[in-house]
Ligand binder design. Structure first.
Ligand code: T1G
Length: 651
């Protein structure tokens, strides 16, 4: 099979399909048995899929006319993993492991035809097959560690046998997803095809039959398991990224891959199962699965209009000269939007346009943009204008003026006279009242806020701030733009600090209170960092800049008489004169008390936000902390964490 060639095969009229369960059907086409998995939206491997797949393989295995079997997903993807919604329940037989062992033991070639995202248990099915072909656009991975578990159907034993120990460690312990080209290069798939997966799968199967190719059982492959020294695993574990350092599932994934090199296959499989059960019972897996569903729930709000971002390439205007202009324009272009850059000053417009193209070129050199051709098409989607009237064609116009009420009100007021009746007019304020900015608009219903957490280029969180008059359409457009920007939106009403800064304020005030009781800032930072926060509270103030941190702390009313001056704290250093943020070890009981006080203060403020209707669900606050404020994902967020600790959140 030559990959990438468009080799069509005219199919005879297909034979009727036979149902093996509510989500698995099969049919015989000439000498090939097709098994279709049809469990939208992602072909998750719920019980009906496992039982239907098992029955179909057994049937075709015994069918005399069938010489090869093809497993293929209907809809958007090959199975994307176990059904996470079944995790909390006892496994109904057949377990996926058993299904995979039956596929592997089949005496006829079983071929996985992969498109979309073959993830988790889906990839494990493909690994149990004798051959694998994939569409060039497919992605493959074992991201179970993101859910606090490890691959539990042979992935940690079979993947290393196909791609080697070190590549398998990266894929499993850090949930690294491979594109089809890399999968081919590593030997994870046998061929990739440009299109028409169905026809190519038939062609591949006929070749295997014609050549009498011996079945390739991954479990029997040993050559890539070259004895890996213990140092490889220890070094890999010590170099895990910070977010995985305290992650039980990452350590168990490494241990299970280590077993692949050290133990017989069936023994390694048995140990893998033990680790899965241990991880499933851990609080971390509960928290990570909570975050998984919370992030998806956040995209929906009462009144959400699906498809609000009209068309595949919506035109998004950007107006204003703030620092957000370049990264936002580049991200919108990469997200498939056309961008209309507006500036009345021709020179400023030219400079801004050049800055955006340079950023795209930098991203391209880092591999974020796949090819020169894609870079050219992204650059071509950037339009510039000094004619304000051109903005009326935009689905959304985003102002990126510096965060001052005068400049934001002026630009929103001016733009509101220009944009179309259904255009979302988005203000990117971090600290100002969206209500007040919208008051300057002739069309307040069009106005919503988008607060990007800094650095905007890396933080996944964005707050969509609705005023009482924001239309559902404007809010829905902003949510859909978040998806194009690969960000997680949380829809908030307007209040001082929205969701993140308001709860961060409570957290910082508690940290300052502890400092004023005589605990050094370095101790407070160390306690929260050891808990898993990306930064301690005072480190965070340094990271975002003391000026912004002070404005967050003071709120919209500005510095009160009793307001603490962070700059004074910094100048004073810590009471015992230690350099702030020095490495330090503090008594565990003190560290626990510091963590509890600071996080319970944030949790209490989060409960007030929910009670006031600022957000529609508690999990929205949690994912703002996880994706915007560096809270450890495997603890779920301050509210989830508070319900898991013994302490009461009542304050
Ligand atoms: N189980 C149940 N529901 C799932 C699901 C899953 N595995 N994956 C997605 N959904 C739901 C999701 O909640 C949403 O529902 C809808 O599908 C669309 O998802 C045995 C134990 C596949 C890349 O970790 O990464 O296999 O909100 O909005 O952006 O060893 O979903 O519409 O009601 O994310 O196109 C391993 C998790 C599982 C993959 C698609 N697999 N999913 O992204 O859509 S553990 C994963 C994803 C496992 C084995 C182990 C993404 C996606 P609703 P979406 P998307």
């Amino acid at each position: 099979m030559s990959e990438g060639t468009a080799l069509g095969t005219q199919l005879a009229a297909p034979a009727p399909e036979t149902s093996f369960s509510s989500t698995v059907a099969a049919r015989i086409d000439a000498n090939i048995g097709f098994i279709y998995i049809d469990n939208p939206p992602v072909n998750a491997l719920s019980h009906s899929v496992r039982s239907g797949l098992s029955a179909a393989v057994r049937t075709f295995s015994d069918a005399p006319g069938v010489q090869a079997i093809i497993v293929i997903g209907k809809g958007q993807t090959f199975p994307a993993g176990a059904d996470i919604r079944e995790f909390g329940r006892p496994i109904e037989e057949p377990a996926l492991n058993a299904v995979n062992l039956s596929i592997e033991a089949c005496r006829k070639p079983v071929i996985a035809a992969i498109h979309g995202t073959a993830l988790g248990g889906g990839l494990e099915i493909a690994l149990a097959c004798h051959f694998r072909i994939a569409l060039a656009s497919a992605r493959l991975g074992l991201p179970e560690v993101k859910l606090g578990v490890i691959p539990g159907a042979g992935g940690t034993q079979r993947l290393p046998r196909l791609i080697g120990i070190e590549q398998a460690l990266r894929a499993i312990a850090t949930s690294r997803i491979l594109d089809a080209a890399e999968a081919l290069q590593l030997g994870l798939v046998d061929a990739i095809v440009a299109d028409d997966l169905h026809a190519h799968a038939i062609r591949f199967a006929q070749q295997v039959i014609a050549e009498g190719r011996p079945l390739r059982l991954v479990r029997d492959l040993q050559d890539k398991l070259a004895p890996a020294s213990a140092g490889v695993f220890d070094e890999f574990e010590s170099n895990l990224p910070a977010r995985l350092r305290n992650r039980l599932a990452a350590t168990r994934a490494i241990r299970s891959v280590r077993n692949a090199a050290a133990l017989p296959f069936d023994e390694g499989l048995r140990k893998e199962r033990e680790y899965v059960e241990e991880c499933k019972a851990s609080p971390q897996s509960a928290a990570l699965q909570y975050v998984f569903f919370a992030e998806r729930a956040a995209f929906k709000f009462d009144g959400y209009i699906a498809g609000a971002l009209a068309g595949p390439e919506p035109l998004v205007g950007i107006a204003g000269a703030g620092a957000l202009r370049t990264p936002l324009a580049a991200a919108l272009l990469i997200g498939g939007c056309r961008v209309l850059l507006f500036d009345q000053n021709a020179r400023a417009l030219s400079d801004a346009s050049s800055a955006i193209v340079e950023r795209l070129e930098r991203l391209s050199s880092k591999g974020r943009i796949a090819s020169r051709q894609e870079l050219q098409s992204l650059t071509a989607a950037l339009e510039v204008t000094s004619e304000a009237a051109s903005l009326r064609h935009c689905t959304a116009v985003i102002e990126v003026e510096p965060d001052m009420l005068s400049s934001k009100s002026a630009i929103v007021g001016a733009l509101s006279a220009l944009v179309g009746e259904k255009t979302a007019l988005i203000t990117t304020t971090a600290l100002l009242s969206v209500d007040e900015i919208a008051a300057a608009s002739r069309r307040p219903a069009n106005v919503v806020g988008m607060h990007f957490f800094i650095p905007a280029s890396t933080m996944r969180q964005v707050e969509i701030v609705r005023t009482d008059r924001s239309s559902n359409l404007a809010a829905s457009i902003a949510v859909e733009l978040s998806r194009r920007l690969e960000k997680i939106p949380v829809v908030s009403r307007d209040c001082d600090g929205f969701v993140g800064d308001r709860t961060l304020r409570a957290y910082l005030k508690e940290a300052i209170a502890i400092l004023e009781e005589g605990v050094p800032a370095a101790h407070i930072d160390a306690a929260l960092r050891d808990f898993g926060m990306a930064h301690g509270p005072f480190e965070l103030c340094d990271f975002i800049g003391l000026d912004l941190a002070q404005r967050i702390l003071d709120g919209r009313s500005g510095p009160g008489e009793t307001g603490t001056k962070l700059i004074d704290l910094q100048r004073a250093g810590t009471p015992d004169g230690m350099p702030a943020h020095a490495g330090t070890s503090i008594p565990k009981i003190l560290a626990a008390a510091i963590v509890e006080r600071c996080l319970l203060a944030a949790a209490a403020e989060a409960k007030r936000l929910v009670a006031e209707g600022i957000v529609s669900r508690p999990s929205d606050v949690d994912i703002v902390w996880v994706n915007g404020l560096g809270f450890p994902e495997h603890c779920g967020g301050p509210l989830f964490w508070a319900t898991q600790t013994t302490a009461s959140v009542q304050r």
